[in-house]
Each structure stands twice: as C-alpha cells, then as structure tokens.
Design a protein around this ligand. Structure first.
Ligand code: APR
Ligand code: PHB
Length: 397
C-alpha cells in the first residue's frame, strides 16, 4: 500500500507537468502510467506552443532546451490555391509569438526533471480502477508485475488521455459528451531535413497539407488522407509528390525532401466531456477533450488545464481555500470550448469534405478573402490562435 497527496493517472504531458508543478509547491504525487516508459517517450505528437504555454514552461524551469532547440514564429501562414498566402500575424495583432517545439521533447524534459527530483512514477501499471471519489480518502487499485496494489490519496488527477479510465469513473447520469468525427485523417511524415522558415497550412482542392518543424534539421509534414488509407501505399516518393502538389509552386520548390524517419496516420476528432470534475477527481488534457490537430491546440489545452488544476490543488492543500477547485471544471471548459471552436472552424475552412458542394467552396473562399481584407478578422483569428489568456478567479467571481 502506498500513500500520496495527489494520485495522477497517466504519465503523458498533462500528468507529468502536473506532478512537476505540484512538486515545486511541496505537494507529493504519484503518477500511474499504463505503458512502459520507453513507449511514452517515443510517441510523436504535435509541436506548436502558444505564448502562454511557453511562458508557463519557462516559469517552471523547463525553458532551457526549448530556447536551444525550439524556434519562435511571428505567425503562421495559410496558403490558398490561387491566392496570395496569408499570415496569421500573432506578433502584429497580439504582440505575442508562438514556438515550434515538439511534444516528444517536452515529455522527455518532464521525465528528466521528475527523475532528478525523486518523483514517483509507476509505469506498466495495469487494471487501474478509481475508488471512493466522493469521500475524503479516495484510493486507486492497480496491478504491477502481476500483483494487486493500492494507492491512497487525497485527490485524483485523471490525466490518462482519451482512452483512459478516469472519464468513465464519472457516473453516467452526470457525464455529458459532445462530439464531431471528421471523414478524413492526417498522414504525417517526420524527416531529418531543414524545414521551411515558417509553419504553413495549405488549402487545396486535392486536400489540406501542412508544413511544420521541430528544429533546424527536423521537419514535420502532413497531408489530409482518406480514413481507409494504408501506410504501405504511401512510400516516401509518393508522399513528397502529393505534398508538393498541394502547396503553391514557389513554396513547393523550397520543400527539402529526404527519407522519412516516421510515418503515421491520425484520425481527426472533436470531443468534450462535461463536467471535468467529480468529487475528488479532476480530469485534465485528452481525458476530457480532443481537438482536431488543425490549430495545434491539443497540448496547449492540456497545459492550461494543468495550470488551473495545479492552482486549485495548491490553494486547497496549502491554504484550505476550495474556491479554485470548485470552479475548476467551468473555468477549464471555457478555454476548452474556445479551442474546440477554433480548431473546428479551421478544420472546416482548410479541408476538403466528401460532401462539399460549390456553395461551401464559395463560402470558404469568401472567408479567406475576408481574412486577407479585414484587419478586424485578422486580429480575431490571431487572438484565438495565439491562445486565450488563463483566467483569474476575479474575472468570473
Ligand atoms: N492507466 C494509466 N495510464 C493510462 C491509462 C490507464 N488506464 N490509460 C491511458 N494511460 C496513459 C497513456 O498511456 C498516456 O501515456 O495516460 C497517458 C495520457 O497521455 P496523452 O494521451 O499524451 O494525454 P495528455 O497527457 O492529456 O496530453 C495531451 O497529447 O494526444 C496529445 O494532442 C494531445 O498534445 C495533446 C496531449
Ligand atoms: C505539428 O508540428 O505537428 C503541427 C503543427 C501545426 C498543427 C498541427 C501539428 O496545427
């Protein structure tokens, strides 16, 4: 039997960041992770950080590698078939920059600092079940090396991603879910080639494409694909050819191709679970919500949930002030829905849907032309893309 103040289910970026931030405030936690550590550290995910995410990571001592390997951007481009490319100019409209820095590197950094600081992480933990969440002393049952174990705690953080067990621990009559599935996926390639100078989304009649990056010699590219797409049908040459067809020719010429070091297909989904808390259980990150990757909000939302949850747990545990935890779900959800709306809108604007008709195409084109022409529309998009601010309690007393 083990005891801790906060039991954290899931050792992805949400769980590990929360564990690290609680440690900085002298609060003990144990992370239970279903997968072996190597598996978690190898996963490749998105890599664009909002201004607020960058600031928070710096504030908690995780800025050094980001400064060395990451890259600041004044904005992100949208290339539109026959139009001039458009810059979502976050620097100009908000004074803020975003950063390219991969989630894989952030996860490595979190595992490094937790190991350095003596953090307790139990990986390969099976059969995790949450108990007595509405009492004062919740506990977690799990299996490690074939033996049943028990972890007692004061609070539970459900950071176990979309396929975790925490969300299902809310009673069915309380839990509401909201969902959109999209009829396509993204085929992604990582290559050790110099990236384009900026991040660029491309709208094209053959489908969406994206040029992104991790560092000076690591590029990340994606193309929209059918859900039935098989990786073996996409050797590197075919991928590069299709990618280049979807960017304007002068930009396609600048794309440096090379052997892929990773290739994968991800489906697109919008999903929100409400509420994000139940008794002493608090959901954070992908366990409570999924966004399609258009807009790169997934990791940033996990970070803002952790910001709110850490603040609430510190206030409760150290000052016996429950106001933040009581409002955790509603506060976190306001920001979640902001990102859900943006990523849904950008997904609709930039992708080709099987049932698109001429009306939809005209409306989308008009939205793009309006963006090009209207400083107000540009400012509104930039404000959401760069990330909405973290709320203080005073904003909604
Ligand atoms: N018990 C313990 N751990 C579990 C369980 C379980 N039953 N189920 C899942 N997990 C673990 C997963 O193995 C994973 O390591 O929880 C972790 C959840 O991590 P993520 O899926 O990375 O979710 P999160 O930490 O919320 O980070 C969100 O990841 O998916 C991206 O776009 C998303 O960038 C965002 C970020
Ligand atoms: C990425 O770099 O992987 C990336 C960038 C922008 C997105 C999604 C993913 O919108």
């Amino acid at each position: 039997m083990e005891r801790t103040q906060v039991a954290i289910i899931g050792g992805g970026p949400a769980g590990m960041l929360l564990s690290h931030m609680l440690h900085l405030d002298g609060i003990d936690s144990v992370v239970l992770e279903r997968q072996p550590r190597d598996h978690v550290l190898k996963r490749i995910r998105a890599g664009v950080l909002e201004h607020g995410t960058v600031k928070l990571l710096r504030d908690v001592g995780l800025g050094e590698r980001m400064a060395r390997e990451g890259h600041a951007h004044d904005g992100t481009w949208i290339a539109w078939e026959d139009r001039e490319p458009f810059l979502i100019d976050t620097k100009r409209h908000t004074g803020k920059q975003m950063w390219s820095f991969g989630q894989t590197a952030i996860t490595e950094e979190l595992y490094r600092v937790r190991a350095r600081d003596g953090g307790r992480l139990i990986d390969d933990a099976g059969q995790v079940v949450l108990h007595e969440l509405t009492g004062d002393r919740p506990w977690i049952g799990f299996e490690k090396d074939g033996a049943a174990q028990r972890l007692e705690c004061e609070f539970v953080a459900g950071c176990d991603g979309f396929h975790g067990v925490s969300r299902g621990s809310l009673p069915g009559e309380l839990l509401r879910t909201f969902e959109r599935a999209y009829p396509f996926g993204w085929l992604g390639v990582m290559s050790e080639t110099p990236p384009l100078g900026d991040i660029m989304y491309a709208q094209h009649r053959r489908g969406f494409a994206l040029a992104s990056q991790r560092n000076a010699m690591l590029s990340r590219y994606y193309i929209q694909c059918d859900l039935a797409t098989k990786l073996e049908d996409w050797p590197d040459d075919r991928f590069w050819e299709e990618l280049k067809r979807r960017f304007p020719p002068d930009i396609a010429r600048k794309i440096v191709t090379g052997p892929s070091i990773e290739k994968s297909i991800a489906p697109l989904r919008s999903f929100v679970a409400e509420p994000m808390s139940y008794g002493r259980l608090f959901l954070a990150g992908d366990s409570a919500h999924i966004v399609p990757p258009t807009g790169a909000k997934g990791l940033n939302l996990a970070v803002s949930d952790v910001f709110y949850l850490h603040r609430g747990l510190v206030a409760q545990i150290r000052r016996n002030d429950g106001r933040y935890l009581e409002r955790y779900s509603e506060t976190a959800l306001r920001r979640v829905w902001g990102a859900e709306r943006l990523s849904w809108q950008l997904t609709k604007l930039l992708h080709v849907f099987p049932d698109d008709d001429d009306f939809t195409r005209r409306v989308n084109l008009n939205e793009f032309d309006h963006l090009q022409a209207s400083a107000a529309a540009q400012a509104a998009l930039a404000e959401q893309y760069v990330g909405l601010p973290f709320e203080d309690l005073a904003a909604n007393p």
